[in-house]
Design a protein around this ligand. Structure first.
Ligand code: PBG
Length: 332
């Protein structure tokens, strides 16, 4: 110790950590039910709740059960659910026409939920993969995922979802120019208050594996999605994508996956100040569940800690399969 230094630490951070009251007083970040968006999987049938093998605790629900889940979400105070359809393989085609069928599974589910629980916000997914015989998010011609023709299809899909009553459209396809095209079409059709949460910084990730099982796309997918999703190595490119989507008319932006990409969340939030979300994706969920099932981690604690970290990184909200469980804990 040098002569001019006091014989005790100048700052004792442990003072404000010593008891729960002081810890509560200095806590900088909160997670609340208002920050949760619950992704749920829809399938056909009635009274069906079918487990997804790679996502323990997650089920595919028929529309009547989706309505039940929506009521539960609303009573827990969760502001939004996000619907993902598991499409019957017989409805999948090369041109993905089922995607903009006004009576497809997803649009029927939107109507049923908005009828039963009008105050719950319904978010959708806009991408062709659930309807595509190739499993890709875009139309494939001669082995190439064609951009502009796909955007035209996505616009039709967006309009059908808006007609059905969706509050938040979630383009997850990563085609260029889709936000501007959708925004223009929504305005022209009078849907001026339908919001768009762009999957703006969506990376080509192996963490989506269990989701592709859940929506039945993994068997169909030929190749990978690297010609449209962002290389996980590319930070500057992701920021440019976010800027582009905001300029084209996105109201909210998303970073995806979540936990390994929280540096991107911080940078997007600081740079653009827009409502910023992250998706704690299926692989992240499966990893926590698997470790917890083996008794290697305390699943409940890790779930809450992970969501707190999304908030600390700058997320205004998180899409998470844990949403109802977290809400139950937060509601005490
Ligand atoms: C489809 C889509 C994917 C996810 C959301 N929308 C998968 C993909 O891009 O292959 C992933 C969600 C998750 O893993 O939980 N466009």
């Amino acid at each position: 110790m040098s002569a001019n230094q006091a014989p005790f630490p100048a700052t004792r951070f442990r003072r404000t950590r010593a008891g729960a009251s002081l810890r509560n007083l200095v806590r900088e970040t909160e997670i609340s039910v208002n920050d949760l968006i619950w992704p749920i999987f829809v399938r056909d049938g009635e009274g069906v709740e079918e487990p997804v093998a790679s996502m323990p605790g997650v089920v595919r629900r028929s529309v009547d059960k989706i309505v039940e889940a929506a009521r539960q979400a609303h009573s827990l105070g969760i502001p939004a659910i996000c619907l993902f359809p598991y499409t019957d393989p017989s409805l999948k085609t090369e041109l993905c026409e089922e995607a903009w069928n006004p009576d497809n599974l997803s649009n029927r589910a939107i109507r049923a939920v908005k009828d039963a629980v009008p105050d719950l916000a319904v978010m959708t997914d806009i991408a062709l993969d659930p309807y595509n015989a190739n499993g890709h998010d875009g139309i494939v011609r001669d082995g190439v995922i064609v951009n502009d023709e796909t955007v035209e299809a996505l616009v039709k899909m967006a309009l059908a979802q808006a007609e059905a009553g969706a509050d938040i459209l979630g383009p997850s396809d990563m085609m260029d120019g889709r936000i501007g095209a959708m925004r223009a079409a929504l305005e022209a059709a009078g849907h001026v208050n339908v919001t768009i949460m762009s999957y703006a910084a969506k990376f080509a990730s192996a963490y989506y594996g269990p989701f592709r099982d859940a929506v039945g796309a993994s068997g169909a997918l030929k190749g990978d999605k690297k010609t449209y999703q962002i290389d996980p190595a590319n930070r500057a490119e992701a920021l440019r994508c976010v800027e582009r989507d905001l300029t084209e008319g996105a109201d909210m932006v998303m970073v995806k996956p979540g936990q390994p990409y929280l540096d991107m969340v911080r940078e997007v939030k600081d740079r653009f100040g827009a409502p910023t979300y992250a998706y704690q994706v299926s692989g992240e969920y499966a990893m926590i569940e698997a470790a917890a099932a083996n008794g290697w981690i305390d699943g409940e604690k890790v779930m809450l800690e992970s969501l707190m970290c999304f908030r600390r990184a700058g997320c205004d909200g998180v899409l998470t399969y844990f949403a109802p469980r977290v809400a139950q804990l937060l509601n005490g």
